[in-house]
Ligand binder design. Structure first.
Ligand code: SF4
Ligand code: FE
Length: 479
């Protein structure tokens, strides 16, 4: 396994083609916009090296028998699913933000299962290829980004009826020894600072959409792949050099990018689905279930830090003993633990897939994510309420550093004795960043938009079965 520093070093041997604010970045990992996200992901590596966290952060590989990072491990039991949730809460507590590595982990589990099913039905050899690929990921402790969401163009039309056929990633060529893919994926968490990109289809596909049914692994610096790093909350503050106004040494959300695949050649040993569209829906659904359950873990860990910051700020304000403030903090606890309970519950009710790995309960997993789309907003509102207007009106760090006015600002923004004005400012800035629009929108749309969960929830709730129960209990006539 690598530690955080070794992970950062390992990235520097890669030469991805990264753009940000209209410029190509020669050293993307050191760039002030991207470095905080690299630091965040590095925490997942350091935590795995800490013996105190070994049970949660590491596992014994069912492929090699070696101890590996849990971020590369197949979910091989209910216990694995529960420990993964605990890992996400821990990493969320240690970073206070999105640590990016879970998308690739869930993608690996989905591809494991989908390749097994395709091979069983069609006699292909995708599963053996993926087993070899995953074994290397585990041995080298690599980070992978899961790239599922296509840019989608006109959403009323399927991929093959778009005016431009490239609006969903597709196979544009089959050559001896591999395939050629073209298209773009967007909102891809942690892509710049991953070693590998796991490309997956975004929806189930009928035969006419077969070219869009592509799952494969692409190195982050593959020829033809361009990564455009998105704008992030407060990104211009990162460029100012200091972390003070930015609020945290880590990233705010997951450093999402748009990936442009401009006729990227993918050799056969990295291709895990190429045209078997009837298995794409299953892959998407399983990936989504795992990933949606995650949000009860990572967001709970993030909210633990936010709750701590809100309570400290209330202490600075001298309002912490006020019953109404305590009640608002209690409400945060209620929302956070409800989410966490859902994630643990969906893990506890997990079922083994034919491929051997275990899937969380899809109804509970989707309910977790649906709750997150509301609760993260509610938690942010409560933190704003407790924190006060200063969260949006506090003068800049540059003003506090100014020789003429800095002293006065420090004097007039003082809070309770025992806390410095700097502490108060740091608390405000952290809460501001972690309740910003980027964080909220990520909670709403990350792992699928609210409506996507509601579709699964209604399907999984099995209304005819519920109607049968009602008929029996109430004593209605047979239908
Ligand atoms: Fe992991 Fe949560 Fe970030 Fe998704 S939002 S990658 S589950 S930390
Ligand atoms: Fe996310």
């Amino acid at each position: 396994m690598m530690n955080g520093r070794q992970y950062e070093e390992s990235l520097k041997t890669r030469k991805p083609n990264v753009y940000y604010l209209g410029k190509r970045l020669d050293h993307p990992y050191d760039h002030p916009a991207i470095a905080p996200h690299v630091r965040t992901a590095a925490v997942t590596y350091d935590l795995a090296m800490d013996p105190a966290h070994a049970d949660v952060m590491t596992a014994v590989s069912n492929l090699t028998g070696e101890r590996i990072s849990r971020f590369t491990h197949l979910f091989w039991s209910v216990d694995d699913l529960i420990r993964k949730t605990a890992m996400l809460r821990l990493a969320g507590q240690e970073t206070g933000t999105c640590f990016q590595r879970c998308v690739g982990l869930d993608a690996a589990n989905a591809i494991w299962s989908a390749t097994w099913e395709i091979d069983r039905a069609k006699g292909t050899d995708y599963h053996a290829r993926f087993r070899a690929f995953l074994t290397r990921m585990q041995r080298e402790d690599l980070m992978s980004a899961g790239a599922m969401t296509d840019v989608k163009g006109d959403r009323s039309l399927p991929p093959w009826q778009q005016a431009d056929p490239d609006l969903y990633v597709r196979i544009v060529g089959r050559k001896p020894g591999g395939i050629v893919i073209r298209g773009a994926k967007t909102h891809i968490t942690g892509a710049v600072n991953s070693h590998e990109i796991l490309v997956m289809p975004t929806l189930g596909l009928p035969p006419e959409g077969a070219d869009y049914a592509v799952t494969c692994a692409v190195p982050v610096d593959a020829p033809g792949l361009t990564i455009v790093f998105g704008r992030q909350t407060n990104d211009e503050r990162k460029e100012e050099g200091g972390r003070f106004d930015y609020g945290t040494p880590f990233g705010v959300v997951g450093g999402e990018s748009t990936l442009i695949f401009d006729d990227v050649f993918v050799p056969d040993e990295r291709v895990f689905m190429a045209g078997e569209g009837e298995f794409a829906g299953m892959l998407v659904d399983q990936f989504a279930a795992w990933h949606r359950a995650n949000y009860g873990g990572c967001k709970a860990g993030n909210a633990d830090v936010l709750l701590g910051a809100a309570s400290l700020l209330a202490e600075v304000h001298g309002t912490i003993k006020n019953g109404m403030v305590k009640d608002k903090l209690t409400e945060i606890v209620h929302l956070v633990e409800t989410n966490f309970a859902g994630a643990i519950g969906s893990s506890a009710l997990g079922k083994q897939l034919p491929a051997g790995n275990w899937l969380v309960d899809p109804l509970l997993a989707n309910t977790v994510k649906q709750n997150v789309t509301r609760f993260v907003y509610q938690v942010a509102r409560l933190a704003h309420d407790v924190g006060g207007g200063l969260l949006s009106t506090l003068p800049s760090d540059a003003d506090f550093q100014n020789g003429e006015i800095g002293k006065s600002l420090t004097k007039y923004f003082a809070g309770k004795q025992g806390f410095s004005t700097d502490d108060k400012r740091k608390l405000c800035r952290y809460i501001e960043g972690m309740t910003s629009v980027a964080t909220l929108v990520e909670a709403l749309h990350g792992a699928g938009s609210p409506q996507a969960q509601r579709i699964v929830m209604l399907r999984q709730a099995n209304l005819p079965e519920k109607a049968k129960l009602a008929r029996k209990v109430i004593g209605l006539g047979k239908k």
